[in-house]
Design a protein around this ligand. Sequence first.
Ligand code: ASP
Ligand code: MG
Length: 412
Amino acid sequence: MPLLVMKFGGTSVADLGRIRNAAEKVKREVERGYDVIVIVSAMSGKTNELVAWVEQTSPLYDAREYDAVVSSGENVTAGLMALTLQEMDVPARSWQGWQVPINTTSAHASARFVSIPRDNIEAKFREGFRVAVVAGFQGLSPEGRITPLGRGGSDTTAVAFAAAFGAERCDIYTDVDGVYTTDPRIAKKARKLDRIAFEEMLELASLGAKVLQTRSVELAMRYKVRLRVLSSFEDSDENSGTLVCDEEDIMESKVVSGVAHSRDEAKMTLLKVADRPGIAAAIFGPLADAGVNVDMIIQNISEAGFTDMTFSCPTNQVKRAEKAIADARAAGAFAFGELVVDDDVAKVSVVGIGMRSHAGVAATMFRALARENINIKVITTSEIKISVLIDRKYMELAVQALHDAFELDKAA
Ligand code: ASP
Ligand code: MG
């Protein structure tokens, strides 16, 4: 029988009524002839509550117990979803991660998949069960412990199952009706996209569009899983939501597909570092070891053997970065004149696979920002993306200006 993966996020299973609503969508697909693997998140807010309980109980918690507690919210929704389906006469069975088993690495709180054997679930389908409800977010380490897949990890569970079972599609049911050209709370003219390419979605997800966990998009791209994002609160048909797919499956697309933003960025500049081989390694090695997620990096032109090195990182990692730099300096790894921190910046990016074959996107972007008198502090580009750092207070204005400049409110 053809197989579908349907994933329901926290708001879609927030209470018994919503679980019932989700179960009805599952039942409809079963009636259409699909076997279904349902992946559920914890009820919305549950995982945060569990994290808080762990931190209150033991501030320097044992990682394995954190994992055990924090991954437990999904067990409740998986069981309740299976019961609800049974009440609707749909033969369903729930599965916790270890029962499948979902084999992962043993990394605390951010494990990675190793394998998902199909035998156990397929045996149940052969017995006549039509739905396997799997607790999202959970894995099993080689040591036999529960390993969560990182916050938002149920998306990744869903894609991994779709890949492992060769599902026809992976439907991600959530509280928005698809992927938008930009955040509709910022730009009223934001438009829902019917299709978006994996690469574009990957950029948008990692730039702060919170619809999908970034790793789920990476995995979908690698295994060519057709991924659909749609609302669990609306009636849906074959064409609802946004399909995240291979670029070959997109007939027409604009040069720029979306504008992303990320509010909490900081810019740090090391003034007067020696311009010599190994200097970048000496600076960014300790930052990486300290777990600082460095994003943009710029090295200025050198003068008299010295240069300035600027990089960006999330605002909440500034303290950690400062300490890593101070420690490395004290240990004699490198010297510098001054460290200048600007933690009042935001990043705005335009993304689109069309940039590969069209010139002039950067010029259009910079002109649009100039018209609004917005000063650009840092620029970086990749094949399908241009990002700028600007003063945070202009972030909304920049997003709106760019959305207009690239006419994203109009379909291709
Ligand atoms: N419940 C987990 C979280 O809140 C995983 C998920 O919902 O995707 O991060
Ligand atoms: Mg989520």
